[in-house]
Design a protein around this ligand. Sequence first.
Ligand SMILES: Nc1ncnc2c1ncn2[C@@H]1O[C@H](COP(=O)(O)OP(=O)(O)OP(=O)(O)O)[C@@H](O)[C@H]1O
Length: 438
Amino acid sequence: MAIINATELAAMLEKCGATKVVLALSGGLDSMVLLELLHQVRQIRAYQLQAIYVNHGLSADAPRWAEHCANACAERNIDFVSLKINIDAAANVEAAARDGRYQALAPYIDSAHTVLLTGHHADDQLETLLLALKRGAGVSGLSGMARQRPFARGSLLRPLLHCERRHILAFAQQNQLQWVEDSSNRDNRFDRNYIRNEVAPLLINRWPAFTDTTLRSMQHLADHQQLLNHYTEQALLNCANGKQLNLTALEQYLPLQQDLVIRSWLAQFKLNPSSQWLLTLKQQVIEAREDAVPELVLAGYQLRRFQKRLYLLHAATELQGESEAAISCQLSWPMQSKLQLPAGLGELAVCHEQAAERLAMTRGQVTVVFGQLSLPFKPAEQVQHKPLKQWFKLWQVPPWQRSQIPLLLDNEKLVAVAGYASAISTLQADCWLDWLRN
Ligand SMILES: Nc1ncnc2c1ncn2[C@@H]1O[C@H](COP(=O)(O)OP(=O)(O)OP(=O)(O)O)[C@@H](O)[C@H]1O
């Protein structure tokens, strides 16, 4: 597609509800063209404009590029900021530079009406697709970059995403713009450069509309991905409750949809397992014998199944109190103030004065213990005493959680099981006793 003009850029900004526009300015061809377009847009509408150059600390030429950007902004009376960041030398340099750059830019996108602009264009999008094919990406990866998406407190917009580089170059020449060339762009050891310099020209020479048609396919994929996301979100609402996944609800969906639901449930906790791991989860955990309590490890977490639910447990915190040693404590609690629990189990507070009065009547305080599962207990609304262990089974409390639940004793008698039940009539445990878990 041909390059957009200032009126079209103004319309895009209008659609984003922008009042402040921040340009990520590298000094290269594309972002310099955007700088010029923004300068022209100002004749149409007033915006608060800012351009930011990020020095990744990777090139000795960076100060020269920063100066080039500063001069171009000064000529157009646009506010300019230069930032310096440090990149982890051991990491994948391209990815680390990009992540570091977005992190540095984020604080400047400080309201819903602030838009960050980058100079990505159609040829970048074609390269992204070819790179995604090389790594065997799925629909999401093959859809490439979005023209607009939420970013920090505002949004990110790529106004040139549908414009081909040759049209951007022609605009720059017509407007006598000056830009810097990064010599590392010629280094074909980097996959993107190899595609840009060697592969893409071959395809475009043979089929001149190749970039346009590729972008059309990518848009179809992006639409399908959006539809999939919509249905997966709906299914996730039906199946997940925080770190629990209801397997009976999950069974209603087609196997492929189940995979997507599990993936997006785990993605909420920044977990992105391989297909092989997902298969193991299904075969060894979800489909395990009914009476088994199987488990599987994933990046600092443990997944366990109990009855028809899957639990995601943070190994460092949620499983800490599992050992007998960590729960053998006995705490005296006068109940006027909050009680800090051991092993990161959170804190207890009484939120109903009457309860404190009735419990503290005898000795002025209660005792909090853990793991005494053989204590007899009778919830207020029940008629029979049973060992606590049997109540836990009835309430379907997973075995690994049972010894981490605070038990309140008054004169050695179990009077409340935090979060579950109370022995005091008319006072439900979850309404007079607050258990704030970490
Ligand atoms: N050092 C930088 N500082 C600020 N923004 C940057 C920087 N490097 C890249 N960008 C932003 O990211 C976009 C895409 O980066 P990419 O590396 O593909 O571009 P480039 O070839 O370095 O520069 P350009 O796209 O401006 O020609 C740029 O158009 C620009 O908006």
